[in-house]
Design a protein around this ligand. Structure first.
Ligand SMILES: Nc1nc2c(c(=O)[nH]1)N[C@H]1C(S)=C(S)[C@@H](COP(=O)(O)OP(=O)(O)OC[C@H]3O[C@@H](n4cnc5c(=O)[nH]c(N)nc54)[C@H](O)[C@@H]3O)O[C@H]1N2
Ligand SMILES: Nc1nc2c(c(=O)[nH]1)N[C@H]1C(S)=C(S)[C@@H](COP(=O)(O)OP(=O)(O)OC[C@H]3O[C@@H](n4cnc5c(=O)[nH]c(N)nc54)[C@H](O)[C@@H]3O)O[C@H]1N2
Ligand SMILES: [Mo]
Length: 759
């Protein structure tokens, strides 16, 4: 840490300003502080904390899950709780095999390196013989499967697929940002954010004269600076726009065919598709305009602007691929960038996820070191993470993903720590029914989240300020020490201590702890960083300072130009694709014979978008982006999140013109519904959002009414949780990613009776 004022600030404040969720800033010099640590303090003693180990009464009397979510709980001792958990794990593993234990346990709980709930429970469960796991993320599950086919295996990691922000600031002259820069999204990062710099980098690029063109349904995704323009488009139609732009480049004679033939394979097939030689439909500005709602002239002008740019960058936010056929925009973005010919040049080509979180594109040495070892999982069964509902619905049935034929495991026990599937999964009414199928659900939680309420055994966990930890994003320069500042609430224990007690029941506690106290573990993990970064101070020096920042001067400068080595010498440095080149046509994917994903990028209409027949009944496209004032469902009940509710509910945003047409006014309580469910929300009328779209951020705690029903007969959700409306459909059989953004709804005013039912 360079400044002594910072060091003293840390030593005086860290005890009471600990790490919060993964965006909390404790750095007084942060250019754009994130969520506040103060709110975490408010949560610490809030009535939503779980005070003691709890067991559901119906589970005890053997109801096999029938009363799950509707039943009462009773407190039990830690000794009894850990015995019940260990016995049940052994029973299920013994009777049904370890693959009947599902512990994918996806989620963003805890920023710390040691108290990382998923690592702790997986380390424990491996000592019980293993479990069925999950792969990829809700964040960019479609991209993580598609991009390796197109660019090679390393490009499944979103960070590999974006130029450094310093290169954007220095070289990019036109950035086409699909999805743009939602204010607040760069507040967060896995591992925490010490300095929120993504926005300042963007500003630096624009000040230097970069033209930023944001294409998205909401002008609020574009910063209000000079040389920034916003073009609205219908949600989930970006693939059509990009194919239409390629068509216009061809018509202008501006396609970079030298680049295509030197570095790509399959561009001929894609060119034939765009020119309509395969099916008679020409993909040009006029075609794309029909689908996207943009004007043909605007698309033509955009094609010319990109063709004339010295260093254009096609940037795409993760949100685009969190939709049906979400694999396609990823492929189309690489294709458009290849047609423009600047891939591999500083600040040019394609970027995936710049602005979705703070870490993507940070020009720093990755601050990576080994975490808590999870051991070895002898069970091979692994599901695509957003396949949770299908796994429960189709136990034992075969399915296809990324060309593999797999079988959904027959799950009898679900174990979750550090995530909230009743926040993050789609079609929560369906999930609620399916969730009753397993024999047992065990959850570790600091608070009575919706998932804890849907469990059989709930084990209370500390919040970050009740334990000491090390934190830091792997794409940041700073490691932070966060000492415990208060006693654990009630009987809460750390995930580590809970798992240690459970492994004690099978005589494995010493193996689990590896002979270390929690304090020893922190020193041990820190030593892993020191081994990679010898300039770091001693552990004692680190904890005394509170934070240490890597000295970038001590290393060679970080230059992050994706694909530069390949473009320099494609023969010596081929990509790890089958052809060694950028695959704009993939024989591998084509050979899978999938209906929903062919051999080259293509636009196909999904079931739900503004152009589908269903829009006659459900005329609004629902987008459910990330919430500004919290991290997903965390901190929903406190601070700014609680203050920004209306009628105790999340606020939906709709174009002013739509509100007027429906006779709705600002601040009114509304109801959103479709064939899957309904929820209530507040209403804000917007002058930036395009008509026909309604935005309801994620994260309001799932609160089904006891008495009131949705038009489809499911319980009315009262807090404004969009996931009672979203469809539980995979992106496609290729990736089976989360497709939350493909969702149509209708909107009406709530009735007086509905309004009176406050969560
Ligand atoms: N409709 C819609 N749905 C979406 C999305 C969308 O765009 N639209 N986005 C998706 C995406 S990208 C994501 S990443 C997911 C996020 O989904 P999640 O990551 O599941 O959401 P969180 O609310 O962060 O859940 C973290 C949980 O961990 C708990 N927790 C915190 N600290 C600890 C700890 O130390 N130990 C334990 N055991 N628990 C802890 C918190 O109380 C909280 O309940 O949501 C997905 N869902
Ligand atoms: N404050 C805060 N920040 C967060 C999080 C949080 O919970 N709170 N969560 C973090 C996580 S886990 C993730 S994965 C990232 C997610 O980062 P993203 O996936 O990039 O973000 P979203 O919030 O889903 O959507 C961003 C914008 O995309 C636009 N958009 C939506 N659909 C389309 C489309 O089809 N086409 C185009 N062109 N634009 C579209 C919307 O207008 C929206 O404002 O955010 C991270 N940042
Ligand atoms: Mo995410």
């Amino acid at each position: 840490m360079a400044h002594s004022s910072e060091a003293s600030w840390f030593s005086t404040h860290l005890g009471t300003w600990p790490l919060g969720p993964q965006g909390t800033s404790i750095n007084p010099h942060d250019p754009a502080p994130g969520l506040s640590g103060e709110e975490f303090l408010e949560l610490a003693s809030h009535s939503v904390r779980v005070q003691a180990p709890m067991v559901r009464r119906g589970w005890r009397s053997g109801d096999n899950g029938a009363g799950r979510g509707a039943d009462s709980f009773e407190p039990i001792s830690w000794a009894e709780a850990t015995r019940l958990v260990a016995d049940e794990l052994q029973r299920v593993a013994g009777e049904h095999g370890n693959d009947a234990i599902y512990a994918g346990s996806y989620g963003w709980g805890s920023a710390g390196r040691f108290h990382h709930a998923q690592s702790q429970i997986k380390r424990m469960l491996n000592l019980f013989g293993g479990f069925s796991c999950s792969e990829h993320s809700y964040s960019y599950g479609a991209g993580a499967v598609m991009l390796p086919h197109v660019l090679g295996a390393p490009f499944g990691d979103t960070n590999a697929c974006a130029p450094g922000w310093d290169q954007v600031a220095a070289h990019t002259d036109v950035m086409l940002a699909l999805g743009g820069f939602r204010p607040g999204n760069t507040r967060c990062d896995a591992g925490g954010v010490f300095a929120h710099t993504a926005r300042s980098w963007l500003e630096k690029a624009c000040r230097r004269g970069m033209t930023l063109i944001v294409v998205s349904p909401d002008a609020a995704d574009a910063p209000a600076w000079p040389n920034v323009t916003h073009i609205p488009l219908r949600p989930t139609t970006d693939t059509a726009l990009m194919l239409g732009l390629i068509g216009e480049l061809e018509a202008l004679g501006q396609g970079q065919h030298d680049f295509l033939s030197r570095y790509c394979t399959g561009h001929e097939a894609l060119a034939r598709h765009v020119l309509g030689e395969d099916d008679g439909t020409v993909r040009n500005a006029a075609w794309a305009a029909e689908i996207t709602g943009m004007s043909p002239a605007r698309i033509e002008a955009l094609a010319r602007q990109l063709a004339e740019a010295r260093r254009p960058l096609i940037a795409m936010s993760w949100s685009l691929q969190r939709a049906r056929f979400g694999e396609q925009p990823c492929w189309a973005a690489v294709s458009l960038a290849a047609w423009l010919g600047h891939i591999g040049a500083p600040g040019g080509g394609v970027a995936f996820g710049l602005g979705s979180v703070n870490s993507v594109g940070q020009p720093v040495r990755p601050l990576k070191a080994p975490g808590v070892s999870q051991g070895i999982n002898p069970v091979s069964s692994c599901i695509p993470v957003a396949g949770l509902g299908d796994m429960l619905a189709s136990a034992g049935q075969p399915y296809r993903v990324n060309g593999d034929l797999r079988r959904w495991p027959r799950v009898r026990l679900i174990y979750w720590a550090g995530g909230n599937p009743f926040h993050h999964h789609q079609d929560l009414n369906r999930l609620r029914d399916l969730w009753k199928r397993p024999d047992t659900v065990i959850v570790h939680e600091p608070v009575w989240s919706a998932t804890a309420q849907q469990a059989d055994i709930v084990l209370p966990v500390t919040l970050p300020q009740e334990r000491s930890d090390i934190s830091g994003s792997s794409n940041d320069r700073t490691l932070v020490y966060s000492p415990a500042g208060r006693e654990p609430q009630g009987q809460a224990l750390t995930d580590h201590a809970i798992c240690a007690r459970i492994t004690a029941a099978i005589g494995q506690e010493e193996v689990f702890r590896d002979g270390r106290s929690e304090g020893d573990w922190l020193a041990y993990l820190y030593a892993g960083y020191q081994a990679r970064f010898p300039e770091l101070p001693s552990f004692e020096g680190f904890t005394a300072k509170g934070a240490v920042t890597l000295d970038e001067a001590a290393s060679a400068p970080v230059v992050q130009t994706p694909l530069a080595a390949f473009v320099d010498d494609p023969v010596a440095c081929p990509l790890s694709t089958p052809s060694g080149r950028i695959e704009l046509y993939s024989a591998t994917i084509a050979a899978m014979g999938l209906e929903e994903c062919g051999g080259h990028p293509a636009w196909q209409p999904p079931e739900e978008w503004l152009g589908s027949p269903l829009a006659a009944r459900y005329p609004f496209h629902l987008l459910s982006p990330q919430p500004l004032h919290r991290l997903h469902s965390q901190l929903d009940k406190v601070g700014a999140s609680a203050r920004h509710k209306q009628h105790g509910r999340e606020v939906a945003v709709m174009a002013r013109a739509d509100g007027i047409a429906l006779g709705l006014i600002d601040g009114q309580c509304i109801k959103l519904f479709n064939d899957r469910g309904a929820c209530l929300a507040g209403l804000a009328l917007s002058d930036t959002l395009m008509p026909g779209v309604i935005v309801l951020p994620t994260g309001a705690w799932f609160s089904p009414s006891d008495t009131l029903l949705a038009p489809n007969g499911t319980p009315l959700e009262r807090a404004g949780n969009p996931n009672v409306l979203t469809a539980d459909r995979p992106t496609s059989e290729l990736a089976r990613g989360c497709a939350a953004n493909s969702c149509l709804v209708a909107v009406t005013a709530a009735t007086a009776e509905e309004q009176a039912d406050v969560p």
